[in-house]
Design a protein around this ligand. Structure first.
Ligand code: NI
Length: 190
């Protein structure tokens, strides 16, 4: 099911997620919702806190940029090693329309449990390595904007507040419109 993606600075995005003790059907349901929501929003990665679930689960699919990659679901991901340095212009589904250069390790090794609960270790580079670092950051309540200058971050915060205010106004308007047409229909029925 496609879930609503929270927009920064939503307070849940700042919280630390909890480890998953047992990988079960509810975990697999969460993984499916994450994939559905990520693909619907045309993203390459999504973390559970972004749909309001404070659990250590992330999904990734960098295949559009890395044909050798594959869709990955990671439960309790833990980055074991970081090597090299790379700068990449990152975006985030919780910060729509924004992108900034962020420094990341070029090569990482990550240990996680898959959807069956099996422990796996993966060494990766390129966009996948960046995406894993970005998504595991979400599990610690860290956003990519926490890696950029305060000035840039505050400008983005202002734009997000504006965007949220516009979205709220739109929702209210739609609700008022729905109410109006409902009472109109009732009046006509009389
Ligand atoms: Ni993100």
């Amino acid at each position: 099911m496609v879930r609503e993606i929270l927009v920064w600075p939503h307070p849940v995005l700042k919280q630390k997620a909890e480890p998953v003790s047992v990988v079960d059907d509810s975990t697999r349901e969460l993984i499916k919702d994450l994939f559905d929501s990520m693909y619907a929003a045309d993203g390459v990665g999504l973390a559970a806190p972004q749909i309001g679930v404070l659990k250590n689960v992330i999904v990734l699919d960098t295949t559009p940029r890395q044909p050798e990659a594959r869709p990955l679901a990671m439960v309790n991901p833990e980055i074991l090693t970081y090597e090299g340095k790379v700068e990449y212009r990152e975006g985030c589904l919780s910060i729509p329309g924004e992108a900034e250069d962020v420094d990341r390790a070029a090569v990482i090794t990550v240990r996680f449990q898959d959807a069956e609960g099996q422990t796996q270790t993966l060494t990766c580079d390129g966009l996948l390595a960046i995406a894993v670092q970005h998504e595991t950051d979400h599990l610690k309540g860290t956003m990519f904007v926490d890696h950029i200058s305060t000035l840039k971050r505050e400008l983005i915060r202002k734009r997000m507040k504006k965007l949220q205010a516009a979205q709220e106004a739109e929702k209210k308007e739609a609700a008022a419109e729905a109410k109006k047409s409902k009472s109109r229909a009732r009046a006509e029925a009389r």
